[in-house]
Design a protein around this ligand. Structure first.
Ligand code: BGC
Length: 251
């Protein structure tokens, strides 16, 4: 079957598929296993290993694996855990996964993976200069990419704006929890994106997360100067970006 395996660890599901890195999309249907209650490191590692073995049995080979994590990852160590078990903080997750799976694992932040995937194959393909991706899901993730090169771990969802943290105010989960209209959510998102625009002067914003499937609901409501487009790989961006990182890091 070939391809490089990408696995995306999310708050509700852990999803993986071998990726065709020439085309930039999964070679088969994804396997999704619910995230174990509490998302403790050992339990998550077991699921990652299960997904790897599933695709090994289907003939996907035993090459490197890219895995995303919803927090800061530096040198294979997970350094923050805003929406997962606090035991991840300071953990050598790269080692934990590599041992659990028995194959080299490259770990990176989930939004960084999605941003890399979009920049190479999706909404940012062929765009020169600074691309900033924001994912509005349970949390707010960010990726900063300049001419295809990622600056990892920007964590811009935790920025303070008008004395409050943006993530719990403007995330996709907050829109659902507070039952915000698209107009009300877009007002918050505009204030946030305008602030980022002032700080970074990006050439393009890419918006990911569940709401990227319905751009007609928010795209015209945003009040920015910079071009804003929805992610096009949608929920495959993390898997694709993780596989890409694993192949480039080890290749
Ligand atoms: C985390 C980020 C992550 C984002 C999306 C935030 O709470 O701090 O690392 O990318 O959620 O999952």
């Amino acid at each position: 079957m070939g391809g490089v395996l990408g696995i995306d660890i999310g708050g509700s599901g852990i999803k993986g598929a071998p990726v065709d890195l020439r085309a930039g999309h999964p070679l088969t249907e994804r396997l999704r296993i619910p995230t174990p209650e509490g998302a403790a490191p050992e339990d998550v590692a077991e699921v990652v290993s299960e997904i790897a073995h599933h695709f090994e049995e289907l003939g996907a080979g035993k090459g490197p694996i890219g895995v995303t994590f919803p927090g800061v990852v530096r040198g294979g160590i997970t350094l923050s855990a805003a929406n997962v078990d606090k035991r991840w903080i300071g953990l050598d997750a790269d080692k934990l996964f590599t041992r659990a799976v028995g194959r080299p694992v490259t770990l990176l932040n989930d939004a960084d993976a999605a941003g890399l995937g979009e920049a190479r194959y999706g909404a940012g393909k062929g765009v020169r200069g600074v691309v900033m991706m924001l994912t509005f899901g349970t949390g707010i993730g960010s990726a900063l990419i300049n001419d295809g090169v990622l600056v990892p771990n920007t964590e811009l969802g935790h920025l303070q704006l008008d004395g409050r943290e943006v993530e719990p105010w403007a995330s996709g989960a907050t829109k659902d929890r507070e039952d915000l209209s698209w107009k009300a959510w877009a007002k918050r998102a505009s204030a946030y994106l305008e602030h980022l625009e002032m700080l970074f002067s990006p050439d393009l914003f890419i918006i990911g997360g569940g709401l990227s499937k319905r751009p007609e609901k928010w795209q015209d409501l945003l009040t920015l100067k910079t071009q804003v487009v929805p992610a096009t790989l949608q929920n495959e961006a993390g898997i694709v970006g993780a596989a890409l990182m694993a192949s480039e890091r080890r290749g």
